[in-house]
Design a protein around this ligand. Structure first.
Ligand code: F6P
Length: 326
């Protein structure tokens, strides 16, 4: 294997709190091991348009606390084509980059896996996504911050729900995964969580809501994972309004609020440990793996296991939401 002297870093897909902490950790860990570092702007797009900049230790000063990503990010259609990837490879080599650290979610690591195989490029992935929908890891960078943002928002909505005796459907992100919905429901004491991993018929939903109201509660909050197929919170609220007009139902869609904000300590620590581990992985001769964390220990997860193999939803947690909301 050719000697690696220069590491390129990029962030791709949806931004996630803690990406900056990861950029900082990769940069400083790489420099401390004698590598040179280049920052690639706007994800894979920057490889294609040749927006590549020299990174020094000071380039990542004072960013650990910032949400978003100083490298910017994008979802790059051109990189899904062989011509786009060829251009990306040529620019990467011309910039002297020997290995890449890609920080992103499922789609970004899928792109990394294809690119690595096509051009024999050593790539290490870091799981940067609020969705937590990657295999081989208990956590992803950004998930904890998003979870806390949702919890704080639901705490606020609870005031109105209880004052007006209303039923609130709160829609949260998660792409096709229900982790954010499920765990934010538990953390905020919601009456129910509606997640894509479970079929929810309207009568089941009504049973859940009745369960909440029956216990002399004057309000209910149902967390709903986004779902274009069912129409998410809006779709559910419409169905409930039609069949159970006695409820004063409202919808709140939290949207991109969930992706912003200063990362929690948990996300900063995770990003710092994983960023350092990415550089150690390169030193170890690893390639085409994502850094994961299981039971507190950092692991190497082959891209093939990380992509499209997310952990199963814990149904006991769903049951617990119900038990604890009586
Ligand atoms: O993957 C992160 C995520 O926020 C998903 O939860 C959501 O489905 C999607 O990105 C939204 O993407 P965009 O910001 O491109 O609308």
């Amino acid at each position: 294997m050719a000697t690696i002297k220069c590491i390129g870093i990029l962030t791709s897909g949806g931004d996630a709190p803690g990406m900056n902490a990861a950029i900082r950790a990769v940069t400083r860990s790489a420099i401390s091991h004698g590598f040179s570092v280049k920052g690639i702007m706007r994800g894979y797009k920057g490889l294609i348009t040749n927006e590549i900049i020299e990174f020094r230790s000071q380039s990542v000063s004072n960013i650990i606390q910032l949400g978003g990503t100083i490298l910017k990010t994008a979802r790059c259609q051109e990189f899904t084509t062989p011509e786009g990837r060829r251009l990306a490879y040529d620019n990467m080599r011309a910039a002297g980059i020997d290995a890449l650290v890609v920080i992103g979610g499922d789609g970004s690591l899928t792109g990394a896996s294809i690119f690595a195989q096509e051009f024999d490029v050593p790539i290490i992935g870091l799981p940067g996504t609020i969705d937590r929908d990657l295999g081989g890891t208990d956590h992803t960078i950004g998930y904890d911050t998003a979870l806390n943002t949702i919890m704080e928002s639901v705490d606020k909505l609870r005031d109105t729900a209880s004052s007006h005796e209303r039923l609130f459907f709160v829609e949260v992100m998660g792409h096709t995964a229900g982790y954010l919905a499920l765990n934010s429901a538990l953390a905020s004491g919601a009456e129910a969580a509606i997640i894509p991993e479970m079929e929810t018929e309207v009568d089941q939903l009504a049973e859940l809501i009745n369960h909440g109201f029956r216990k002399s509660k004057n309000s209910a909050i149902v967390i709903v994972a986004e779902n274009p197929e069912t129409g998410g919170a809006t779709g559910l609220a419409e169905r409930v309004k039609k069949e159970f007009p006695q409820y004063d139902a409202r919808v709140t869609i939290l949207g991109h609020l969930q992706r912003g904000g200063s990362p929690t300590s948990r996300d900063r620590i995770l990003a710092s440990r994983m960023g350092n581990a990415a550089v150690e992985a390169i030193l170890d001769g690893q390639r085409n793996v994502m850094i994961g964390i299981e039971n507190g220990k950092l692991t190497y997860v082959p891209f093939s296991k990380a992509i499209k193999h997310r952990k199963a939803i814990d149904r006991d947690v769903l049951e617990l939401v119900k038990i604890l909301s009586i």
